[in-house]
Ligand binder design. Structure first.
Ligand code: SF4
Ligand code: MG
Length: 337
């Protein structure tokens, strides 16, 4: 079952010098109980998608088409509902009890002059009716769960903790109300590699032991390879490939996916074979015609400039948006091993 089904989602930002389409008629499913990685360069639209799921798209951004169906409620409540049509009460409940989010440098969201225990109590009590004791008990268990010393952390001010510790506090924080679905937007980007690995280890444990569905958004495809069960690839506001992690890494179909894999230092052992994707990310105010990837694509044909590719279903959970996704051709041209 899909916990989230995004259909035909378009999000636009009208600016003085033009309109940016951060999500362009996106269809995207998030299956329950899995970790879905969503990868793409900065500006590809990943964060905007997450803000649409939480209904926090910032002005002047507007959702101009589509629906985001949430399937997570118990059968006795709303079985299936469009998040975009939630009323305020439904939205409050959704944001606090159903879904939680950890974002890049979330640690900076901690108030520097308030002790961690007081911050936790204050935030939780704003949203649900729980006593101080209940909150502290639960917070201690969760801090312990993310391998921090509860007594010490709760009595600390944020500046007394390292970046990695603060991010783990935020992860513990996100679990306080037992969400079913966790959105992680570049959760480790500001941290060093060892701390990153440690945090992904914890997130994987949380996923396994609590069965929480996760959406992991990152610019780093190597992170997705390590952690996710499936992958979605975004380019210029479109999801250009989605599939099972093994299938996509074994046999990527979209030239941009192939490019990302070949450009990732830790995925290609032989650094001499590492090839960065040529060109630069598209100007979102003036997207290329046809397939937006065509100016950078080593396989572009004349049709790519003229016609936007539609989605091709390749398997049960594998789709691609490309006019020539056939890898046999890529292989012949020597671009794949
Ligand atoms: Fe490349 Fe054409 Fe496929 Fe776009 S549609 S990714 S330009 S081959
Ligand atoms: Mg982002």
């Amino acid at each position: 079952m899909n916990i989230i089904e995004i259909r035909d989602l378009t999000i636009q930002f009208p600016l003085r010098n033009g309109t940016i389409t951060a999500a362009n008629h996106v269809d995207f499913d998030i299956p329950e109980g899995k970790i879905t990685g969503l990868v793409g360069e900065s500006g590809s639209g990943k964060s905007t998608m997450a803000s649409a799921i939480l209904r926090v798209v910032t002005s002047p951004g507007k959702i101009t088409s589509g629906s985001i169906i949430y399937n997570g409620y118990d059968a006795k409540d709303n079985v299936k509902k469009d998040i975009l049509k939630f009323n305020n009460a439904e939205l409050q409940r959704f944001r606090w009890k159903e879904v939680a989010m950890v974002f890049q440098a979330a640690q900076n969201a901690l108030n520097p002059v308030v002790r961690i225990d007081e911050q936790i109590i204050e935030t939780v009590q704003e949203h649900v009716d729980m006593s101080r004791e209940e909150i502290l008990k639960k917070a201690s268990d969760l801090l312990d769960y993310v391998r921090l010393e509860p007594e010490r952390i709760l009595k600390s001010y944020p500046h007394e903790l390292s970046g990695g510790m603060k991010q783990r506090v935020m992860i513990a924080f996100s679990l306080l109300l037992d969400p079913k679905f966790l959105i992680l937007d570049e959760p480790t980007t500001a941290l060093d590699v060892i701390t990153q690995d440690y945090i992904f280890d914890i997130l994987t444990k949380i996923h396994k032991e609590r069965g929480i569905t996760m959406l992991l958004q990152t610019h780093d495809i190597a992170v997705v390879a390590k952690v996710a069960d499936r992958i979605g690839v975004m380019y210029a506001g479109e999801v250009v490939e989605v599939g099972d992690i093994y299938e996509v890494f074994e046999d990527p179909k979209h030239p941009y996916t192939i490019g990302l894999i070949h450009a990732a230092p830790s995925l290609i052992d032989d650094l001499g074979k590492r090839t960065p994707i040529k060109g630069s990310p598209p100007n979102l105010l003036n997207l290329p015609s046809g397939c937006p990837f065509h100016p950078r694509c080593p396989f572009a044909k004349p049709v790519c400039k003229e016609v936007k590719p539609t989605t091709t279903v390749l398997g049960e959970d594998h789709i691609v948006k490309c006019h020539s996704y056939n890898n046999e051709r890529y292989k012949k041209e020597g671009l794949l091993a």
